[in-house]
Design a protein around this ligand. Structure first.
Ligand code: NDP
Length: 449
């Protein structure tokens, strides 16, 4: 008889957990995966996927306006129906939830739709009380939205609820200046809501190159998004008519219909029995792991947002894959966190890879920067006064491209390919040697002077 019930017990069926479960199972491991909510996790159920669909939906607002300049007779009363988009998006989430479930089942992993907690180095206990033993335990429980502490914060929502809103808010206040704040600000603004972004500093999207951040801010302001900087929440009062009265430091109270908190995400590490099992957490509650995703307890591993390394889906997937390859595939693997491309699906989107200009100057001393500040030809014909900005940061000594930063239509689609070149350590000369693909926006990358 086997010593343990399973070879691998995974807690959390999100991006990292699903990949680790599927691949481990394919390697012949006996795998169970516990999920307390829905298979697919944040990205599929209430993150990247439904958000991107809302971004597509939102962008029609501009496309419909621009269409007239391209000869299309668009009715003036062209109206947007939130419920239609919301329900179609949620139906697609259901479809993906089914596909992820099927993928796990086809791979031979057992899905247990219950909360599981760690009750020993080789033991988990399900919400129903059943105890299960496993040679390895993988914690892949993700993260949840952080909500700042102040009176009335219970009246706000997070991105989790934004996908389910009963109706489109006429006025929405978004707290934070990061990914989620800028993405949802763009979405709701395009749908016609009045959007107020409230940030504790005057820096949005900290970590991105200052030029693309400034460009997004400038474009967002032009589109009518209202930014309140150096503002903290004092309290929120719910009025009799259901509206929210928000008190911010140094500002007149503001009345809105919805307040959405987008102030970072916190690892889901509490109430899981981790501390009792002796698993070390860092000051932010993230599970501490080594390069092999192993915690200080030999049989317990962790991947994805709960480890708070880089909170991105493709990273969680790579960590899950590396875990399975290492433990069950006999192919030890570690994840390379260098030159990870990322994007903000704002209106217009931002995409970046590698060092910002500031980071490169600090690290390399000598840098050369090339920029292209242009209006996409589609925007020119549409009379849309919105400029794109591409920036290439190079090592001044070697010419190696160490960073690319872009804001403009389709920037994420273009950057993915350019990121290959940056990751491969190519030089500016290699970009220059490549013939432009004309007419495109991407050609700017090989025409930088
Ligand atoms: P971010 O870390 O991107 O931004 C958080 C924002 O909230 C920052 O402006 C931060 O300010 C502010 N903030 C943090 N704590 C407080 C506080 N106590 N009071 C007031 N403001 C505060 O987090 P998000 O919530 O937007 O997204 C979470 C993570 O999810 C992202 O970091 C990203 O990794 C991932 N994500 C990725 C997406 C993508 O790839 N396109 C899309 C959405 C999410 P300050 O800068 O001063 O710290």
């Amino acid at each position: 008889m086997a010593e343990y019930d399973y070879d691998l017990f995974v807690i959390g069926a999100g991006s990292g957990g699903v990949r680790a479960s599927r691949v481990s199972s394919a390697y012949g491991a006996r795998v169970a995966v516990a999920e307390e909510y829905r298979v697919g996790g944040t990205c599929v159920i209430r993150g990247c996927v439904p958000k991107k669909l809302l971004v597509y939906g939102a962008h029609f607002a501009e496309d419909l306006k621009d269409a007239k300049r391209f000869g299309w007779q668009v009715p003036i009363d062209c109206a947007f129906d939130w419920a239609t988009l919301r329900d179609n998006v949620l139906a697609d989430v259901d479809r993906l939830n089914g596909l992820y479930t099927q993928g796990l089942e086809n791979a031979g992993a057992e899905i247990i739709l219950e909360r599981a907690t760690v009750t020993g180095p080789h033991e988990v206990t399900l919400a129903s009380g059943k105890k299960i033993t496993s040679k390895y335990i993988l914690v892949a429980t993700g993260a949840h939205p952080h909500i700042p502490e102040f009176p009335g914060n219970e009246h706000g929502i997070t991105s989790n609820e934004a996908f389910h809103l009963e109706s489109l808010p006429r006025r929405i206040m978004i707290a934070g200046g990061g990914y989620i704040a800028n993405e949802f600000a763009g979405i709701f603004n395009e749908f016609g809501s009045h959007v107020i972004v409230v940030n504790r500093t005057d820096v949005i999207l900290r970590g991105y190159d200052h030029s693309v951040r400034d460009r997004l801010l400038q474009i967002s302001l032009t589109k009518g998004i209202d930014f309140r900087f150096h503002a903290e929440f004092e309290k929120i009062e719910k009025l009799e008519n259901g509206c929210l009265k928000v008190f911010l430091t140094g500002q007149e109270p503001v009345e809105v219909d919805v307040v959405l908190f987008a102030t970072g995400r916190v690892p889901n590490s509490t109430g899981l029995g981790l501390e009792e099992a002796g698993v070390e957490l860092d000051a932010k509650g993230a599970i501490k792991v080594d390069a092999q995703n192993r915690t200080n307890v030999d049989s317990i591993y962790a991947v994805g947002d709960v480890t708070n390394r880089i909170q991105l889906t493709p990273i969680a997937i790579r960590e899950g894959q590396a875990f399975a390859d290492t433990i069950f595939g006999g192919k030890p693997k570690t994840v390379d966190y260098g030159n990870v491309p990322s994007a903000v699906f704002s209106h217009p989107p931002i995409a970046a890879v590698g060092m910002t200009e500031g980071e490169a100057r600090n690290k390399l001393g000598s840098v050369k920067v090339y920029t292209s500040d242009f209006r996409a030809m589609k925007n020119v014909l549409a009379n849309r006064n919105e400029r794109a900005l591409y920036k290439m940061v190079c090592d001044g000594m070697t010419g190696r491209v160490v960073g690319i930063h872009m804001i403009g239509p389709d920037a994420p689609e273009i950057l993915q390919a350019a990121a290959v070149a940056v990751k491969a350590g190519l030089t500016k000369e290699a970009f220059d040697d490549t013939v432009a693909l004309h007419p495109s926006m991407a050609e700017e990358l090989v025409l930088l002077k």
